[in-house]
Design a protein around this ligand. Structure first.
Ligand code: 9MR
Length: 478
């Protein structure tokens, strides 16, 4: 918007650096560094960033190196489920869960207890019980497990995946024995055992507004009105590439408005293999959307991915031909989705090292195209740090007909190279760049806007592009 701001800011920053250096107090002049891990960036926003771990992961040093550096929250993938913890009636095994809890404690991760009541990974002795014995078995299981982990878990998924897709309740052993009242009973029992744990209902395909999330919403309203202890809703978020629901933020907000926390509990984003670089860019855009949705809802307490890397994901085993669903590749190298999630949280991918970085102040600057344009206007904002920047670009259709498919052309300042982007495909990564719409934002109605953006490395010049053209037409200053 105002190209004239940057020179003044840079001059001011330079002056601060110079005087600090003279005074021998450069460290004081250095602003709080942008976080370089998911957990630090999330914590700076008052949230957490988690992963799921299974016991066998703990002996994989490449995996634990990433887990320890990036995550401050851990969900045991299987070890707290009924088939592990009470494989036969009244006989409990908390060894595997304890191992993971101890690991989490040792690495400053909070724990999501997962889960107390679920139709799956349920030992057959439970489903074979006469219906008049199921309630006692359920209450005993909840009481024993929640008491065992009392004070050690941040939250419990008390009932996991209770709904069918049409919003009816699943007719599992618990429903068949107790009707819909089993959910309230389970929550009350868990609360009695561990009054400080946050009690959640957790499910999949409830991320957007749909029949299933509507039914959950209605159930939760009713639970609250009856005084049933419930603290949060877990949105599993097992997404298909490019299909993060547009209503996710609004959906989170409506549950939050009931006085509940919400959390993204099992995030992944599956791709039909082999994953192309365009797929990975789309996945980065999807992760950005999810993180931004959580950031936009104060009561969204955090985001957890299901597994550390693609090598650990359940997707290929369950959806043959699909995979590459996480932020880390098979070798625990970060993918574009990692950079995108970190950038969305306000962090930076520049690796921290013992070498002091040049003190710089993250600068926000903006510029836009020459005024006068016609069918479009563009506003952009650059947020830069010592070696990198993010640029957020909003394109508005100011013409009199809808845009259907678009290319935005702009020229990066010398030394800038795009490393990841969202909501468009960017090519090439430096010089004159063409950003091509993603499938889901090809249409810009009259008066409508699309936001895209990217993360780039730079070598000192953090200037925004001087002008933008949309489908060959120069855009106005937005
Ligand atoms: O990741 C878990 C996998 O190892 C198990 O085989 C599977 C069995 O159902 O459960 C997986 O985790 C699920 C989680 O507990 C609940 N939501 C869906 C997850 C993926 O299936």
């Amino acid at each position: 918007m105002h190209t004239d701001q940057r020179p003044r800011k840079l001059a001011a920053i330079t002056a601060v650096i110079a005087s600090a250096a003279l005074a021998g107090t450069m460290a004081l002049a250095r602003p709080a560094a942008a976080a370089t891990s998911l957990k630090a960036a999330a914590e700076a926003k008052g949230k957490y960033f988690g992963t799921a771990l299974v016991q066998s992961n703990l002996s994989n040093s490449a995996l634990t190196a990433v887990a320890n550096a990036q995550f401050d929250f851990m969900t045991p993938g299987n070890e707290m489920k009924w088939d592990t913890t009470e494989p036969s009636n009244g006989s409990y095994n908390f060894g595997p869960g304890d191992t993971l809890v101890n690991y989490a404690v040792a690495h400053s991760m909070r724990v999501r207890g997962h889960n107390l009541v679920w139709h799956s990974q349920l030992p057959s002795w439970v489903s074979s019980l006469p219906t008049n014995q199921v309630q006692a078995a359920m209450e005993a299981h909840i009481t024993t497990e929640a008491t065992h982990y009392k004070g050690q878990v941040y939250s419990w998924d008390v009932v996991n995946e209770p709904f069918n897709e049409d919003g009816s309740l699943r007719t599992d052993a618990f429903y068949n024995a107790m009707g819909s009242g089993y959910i309230a009973d389970a929550l009350r029992t868990a609360h009695a055992a561990d009054p400080n744990a946050k009690l959640y209902l957790n499910d999949y395909n409830i991320e957007g507004e749909n029949a299933k999330s509507n039914a959950l919403y209605t159930l939760v309203q009713s639970l609250i009105s009856q005084g049933v202890p419930i603290n949060g809703i877990g949105l599993e978020s097992h997404f298909i590439l490019g299909q993060v629901p547009s209503t996710m933020q609004a959906n989170m907000a409506r549950f939050a408005a009931l006085g509940l926390d919400v959390a993204v509990t099992e995030l992944d984003d599956r791709i039909t293999l082999p994953a192309s670089s365009a797929n990975l860019q789309q996945q980065a855009a999807d992760y950005t959307t999810v993180v931004n949705d959580c950031l936009a809802v104060t009561r969204c307490v955090g985001v957890s991915q299901w597994g550390v890397g693609d090598a650990d994901s359940w997707i290929p085993g369950t959806f043959p031909g699909q995979g590459a669903a996480t932020m880390y590749d098979q070798n625990y190298q970060p993918k574009p989705a990692y950079n995108a999630a970190l950038a969305a949280l306000g962090g930076t991918t520049s690796t921290s090292s013992s070498t002091p970085t040049t003190p710089t102040t993250p600068s926000t600057s903006s510029s836009s195209s020459s005024p006068g344009g016609g069918a479009c206007k563009v506003s952009d904002a650059v947020n830069a740090w010592n070696t990198g920047l993010t640029e957020s670009i909003t394109i508005t259709n100011t013409g009199s007909s809808a845009v259907n498919g678009w290319q935005l052309v702009f020229t990066l300042a010398s030394g800038q190279t795009i490393t990841s982007g969202w909501n468009a495909a960017y090519s090439p990564s430096s010089g004159q760049v063409t950003a091509t719409n993603a499938s889901y934002d090809a249409a810009i109605p009259v008066g409508g806007s699309v936001n895209i953006g990217f993360q780039a490395n730079h070598t000192g010049n953090t200037a925004a592009p001087a002008s933008f053209s949309l489908n060959g037409q120069t855009c106005a200053n937005g």
